[in-house]
Structure formats: structure tokens, C-alpha cells
Design a protein around this ligand. Structure first.
Ligand code: HEM
Length: 510
């Protein structure tokens, strides 16, 4: 009725003609670009928003696995102008992220974390290009086999010191493990010893990671879906929050770096990846110190979450599976004896402990959607489907971990699945640390951290479920999956083990 006040019916004809011509032209352009091939299939969505808010659902990785039963290895979700393609099979992930790395190694733009919180120059978010390559080069230089040996001693010191803290206040295990993982990062990245400053850095790190977790959780900030909102005034609540995140980020990244620069000449710090690179900078890298500060921040930000998530999940699994715990303890006793604590170099002699760690990473992966998504650099075709430029690519590694074709129940905690020579189980080190050129640069260091914490805890403590109540098996959602606080009982296996821990912890320098 209102329209008729402005238009006579005859005047609508050219408009209708124009609209139809536009739709035909778009369809023609699309068909030409796709060569007539369809987009990957996917569940039907709502008008405009499509299926974009699926990402905010509880256990979204399980939802995507269910979709894959219906739509196959890759399925499409779209809405609000974004196209998201979820990959649910290792072969598809490797075909695209490894074998077509030139197309699939970008990250999607993060408005909340990157633009507004200022994290965009971190290796974790940088687009695939020269600056990202410079950061990866520094990370490689700092994480070579010789350096890992130097860091191993610090990691063993911190594992002993965590065990000592567990003797004193075992009921605080949840926060002690988080602090232990944080201390490992601070020691390895910046060489900062146990001190008030170290505690301050760990707290700053935890504060920043909490902001980062929120920005990396899809759907948390509308500005990631509607990027023009980044221009909203600074008093709008999400802008205020991200401004606080930015302050936390600057403090977390700059303070320890400046500290290393001040202290390195006094010889007051431990060997660390920042120190090593400051002492032997690479040739011909302009703006080296600025790059190094960002690399330190990326390491510091990337490392503790996966480490503590894995160790806390291990503690939960041991409390729930006493039989597996006893087998692992017996292996450690047989190989290491009672005179010392485990060392990182023992790992190869402890295949069952190794299988327990693999099973922990499979049972509850810390990053079920492989951390951060990727973004295509141009149009591509795969398995007869068209994958447009700028599509967001999400590898759902949960679908690999919970492969229903396995002989073993995927929901159960069974380390033996990794020792069965007749069953081909995909090792988590093929998917838990990411893929292709963007795969985790800290994999070996992270594996060492997890191993030494797990082996030390197993060697010294018995872990039992809480008395008279069920153990809560709740996990945080979305990007990082970590147990929510739960109760269990942790007590030294023998008096001699407790004494050993105190002696070893007293020798530590980290
Ligand atoms: C249990 C331990 C760890 C796990 C499970 C893990 C897992 C991952 C995953 C899945 C990714 C995403 C890779 C991709 O996009 O394909 C990643 C990236 C990354 N990780 Fe780790 N990580 C661990 C430990 C570490 C450690 C110890 C460091 C630091 C020394 C680290 C630093 C990074 C960085 C900087 C990136 C970004 C790489 C890039 O975008 O180029 N991570 N990690």
C-alpha cells in the first residue's frame, strides 16, 4: 500500500526487469567461476544468518561430525556473507592444508582479536606472507634440537617443583598445574626464574589468554561477523572490553621482553629462546627486535593452554581409570627405578606412558577444531566441489579422534589402541598440532612439557576419584577445550618418593 503511494504499477516493470537481469548475471558469473560445479553440501540454514551460529553451540565438533555422516568429508555452512567449509576427514585435510598449502595457509581476518585488540602482527594471526615467514624463521632458530636440550633441564626443574607443590597442597592441583605450565613457558621463552616478577608475568599471560579465548570463539563478538562495527564508538561495551584486552596484551608481550634485554648483560637470566636470538640475530632481517618481541609473545600465548589442558585431562583420565594408571606406574618403576625422577630423555623407554599421553590427546583434544581456522587465497576445486576464494576452512580433528570405524570404542580411555600392531590408529601427532606450513612450531617443546609433567606425576603420586561423589567431567567449549575445575585425590605413592621430590626440587634453577 505504502509502495503504491510512490510507484504506479507500470513503473515497477523496469525495476523487475533490472532485478531479474541482475540475478541472471550473478548466476552466469557464478557458473562461469565454478565451471558448473556445486558448492559442498550442507545443512539448510535460516534466512540471512544461515548456519553461522552453529559455531556457538555446545560441543560444536560433535555437531559437525553428525553433519559429516549426512554430507560427507566436507560440508558447507554459510550466513551473513561468510562461507565456512568444515573438513571432517584426515585425507581431505591433508589434501588441502598440506598439499595445497599456497591456497590454504592464510588466517581469516580477526576484527576483535587482530584489529581491535592489536594481536594482528602475531605469527598466530599474520597472513601467509613475508612477515609470517620471518617469524617462523625465528621460531625455527629458537626451537632446534640443541636448544630443546637446553630447555629440557628447565622443564625437568619445573616438573619437580610442581610435584613438590602437589605434596604440600594436593587439593590445589588445578591451579598448580596451570601455574606449572605457565612457569615452563616463561622459563623457556624468556629465562625468567621463579620470582615475584615471574608470577606477575604468568598472571598477565592468563589475563591475556582469557581475552584471546573470547576473541577466537566464533560468534562472541558481532564485529567479527559484521566488520564495519569496528568503527563503533569507544564507549560501546565490546569496544571497552577489547581496549582492556589490548592493554593486557601489550603488558603481557612487552614486559618480559624488555626484562630480558635489561638483564642479559648482567647474566641474571636462564637460557631462553629470546636470549638465544638476541645473542645470535639472523643476518639481514630488518626490524629484527620488533619481530622477535612478537615471536616471543606468540610462543608465550600459544604454549601454556594446550599444555595445561592436556595435563589436567590426563589427571582426570587417571582418576577414572586406575587400572591404566597402575600399568603406567609399573612401567616407570621398572625403567627408572626408585632413585630419581623421570627425565625427558626417558621418553623412548616408556612406550605405555607415551600411549597414555597419546590417548589423553585423542580422548579430549585441547583444540578439537585444530585451533584457528584457515582462509582460502583464491578459488579452488576439490572432489568435484567449488571452494570460493575467502572461504573459512575449519579442520574438525575431533572427527579423526572419534573415528567410528575404529575397533576400539572412541568414548573410552584405552591407551592400548596405540600399541595394537594390528589396528591402524592415526597417531595424534599427525593432527593434534595442526597441518602444513602453519603446523605448530612448538610441537617438540610442547610434547616434552606434557611428557615430563605426566611422567613426574605418575612416578610420584596416586590419583583417585573424589570420595563419596562422582568426578565432574565438564570441559570448556569452543577453541580451547580444557577440563573445568574438578575434584580428585592426589597423594604420594610412598614416603621415599616424597623425599626424592623435595631433594630434586631443591636442586632446580628455574
Ligand atoms: C600440547 C601442546 C600443543 C598443542 C596441542 C598445540 C597445537 C597447535 C595447533 C593445533 C596449532 C594450529 C596449527 C594450524 O593452524 O594448523 C598451533 C599453532 C601454534 N602453536 Fe602450538 N601447540 C602446542 C604447543 C605449543 C608450544 C609449546 C608453542 C610455543 C613454543 C606453540 C606455539 C604455537 C604457535 C606460535 C602457533 C601458530 C603457528 C602459525 O600460525 O604459523 N604451541 N599449535
Amino acid at each position: 500500500m505504502v509502495d503504491l503511494l510512490f510507484f504506479q504499477p507500470i513503473q515497477l516493470v523496469p525495476w523487475c526487469f533490472f532485478c531479474i537481469a541482475y540475478l541472471v548475471w550473478r548466476r552466469y558469473g557464478f557458473t562461469r567461476a565454478t565451471g558448473g560445479r556445486p558448492l559442498p553440501p550442507g545443512p539448510p540454514g535460516r534466512p540471512i544468518v544461515g548456519k553461522i551460529f552453529d559455531f556457538t553451540q555446545h560441543d560444536v565438533h560433535r555437531l559437525f561430525m553428525r553433519y559429516s555422516e549426512q554430507y560427507g568429508a566436507l560440508h558447507d555452512l554459510h550466513g551473513l556473507g561468510k562461507r565456512i567449509i568444515v573438513l571432517n576427514e584426515l585425507s581431505a585435510i591433508n589434501d588441502l592444508l598440506e598439499n595445497r598449502a599456497a591456497i590454504y595457509s592464510h588466517r581469516p581476518e580477526s576484527v576483535s582479536g587482530g584489529v581491535l585488540m592489536g594481536f594482528s602482527k602475531s605469527m598466530i594471526l599474520l597472513p601467509y606472507g613475508p612477515e609470517w615467514r620471518a617469524h617462523r624463521k625465528l621460531a625455527r632458530m629458537a626451537l632446534g634440537p640443541t636448544q630443546l636440550k637446553e630447555y629440557a633441564i628447565l622443564q625437568e626443574d619445573i616438573a619437580a617443583s610442581l610435584a613438590e607443590a602437589l605434596l604440600d597442597t594436593p587439593h590445589d592441583f588445578f591451579s598448580l598445574v596451570r601455574i606449572g605450565a605457565g612457569r615452563m613457558v616463561i622459563a623457556v621463552t624468556y629465562g625468567i626464574r621463579n620470582s615475584a616478577f615471574q608470577t606477575e608475568c604468568i598472571m598477565n599471560g592468563e589475563r591475556f589468554v582469557e581475552f584471546a579465548r573470547r576473541t577466537f570463539t566464533p560468534g562472541n563478538y558481532l564485529c567479527d561477523i559484521l566488520p564495519f562495527l569496528k568503527h563503533a564508538p569507544s564507549w560501546v561495551p565490546f569496544q571497552c572490553e577489547l581496549q582492556h584486552g589490548k592493554e593486557a596484551f601489550i603488558e603481557f608481550q612487552t614486559k618480559p621482553f624488555e626484562y630480558v634485554k635489561q638483564e642479559m648483560d648482567k647474566g641474571n637470566i636462564l637460557p631462553s629462546l629470546t636470549l638465544r636470538l638476541l645473542q645470535c640475530p639472523p643476518q639481514g632481517m630488518p626490524d629484527f627486535e620488533r619481530h622477535l618481541m612478537w615471536v616471543g609473545g606468540a610462543m608465550f600465548g600459544g604454549m601454556p593452554v594446550c599444555t595445561y589442558a592436556t595435563v589436567l585431562t590426563f589427571i582426570m583420565a587417571m582418576a577414572l581409570n586406575r587400572d591404566k594408571q597402575r600399568i603406567a606406574q609399573a612401567e616407570i618403576d621398572a625403567v627408572i627405578g626408585g632413585d630419581r625422577l623421570p627425565r625427558i630423555e626417558d621418553r623412548r623407554q616408556l612406550p605405555y606412558v607415551d600411549a597414555v599421553i597419546k590417548e589423553t590427546m585423542r580422548w579430549q583434544p585441547a583444540l578439537p577444531l585444530a585451533g584457528l581456522s584457515r582462509c582460502t587465497a583464491h578459488d579452488d576445486f576439490y572432489r568435484g566441489f567449488f571452494i570460493p576464494n575467502n572461504s573459512i576452512i575449519v579442520p574438525n580433528v575431533w572427527a579423526i579422534a572419534y573415528d567410528p570405524r575404529s575397533k576400539y570404542n572412541p568414548e573410552a580411555f584405552i591407551p592400548e589402541r596405540f600399541m595394537d600392531v594390528n589396528e591402524k590408529i592415526v597417531d595424534p601427532d599427525q593432527w593434534a598440532f595442526g597441518f602444513g606450513r602453519r603446523a605448530c612450531p612448538g610441537q617438540n617443546l610442547g610434547e616434552n612439557s606434557v611428557f615430563i609433567l605426566v611422567a613426574t606425576i605418575l612416578s610420584v603420586f596416586d590419583i583417585l576419584p573424589p570420595e563419596n561423589e562422582a568426578l565432574e567431567q565438564e570441559f570448556t567449549q569452543h577453541v580451547f577445550r580444557s577440563p573445568k575445575p574438578f575434584k580428585c585425590s592426589i597423594s604420594p605413592r610412598t614416603f621415599a618418593k616424597a623425599r626424592l621430590v623435595r631433594l630434586r626440587a631443591a636442586e632446580g634453577v628455574a
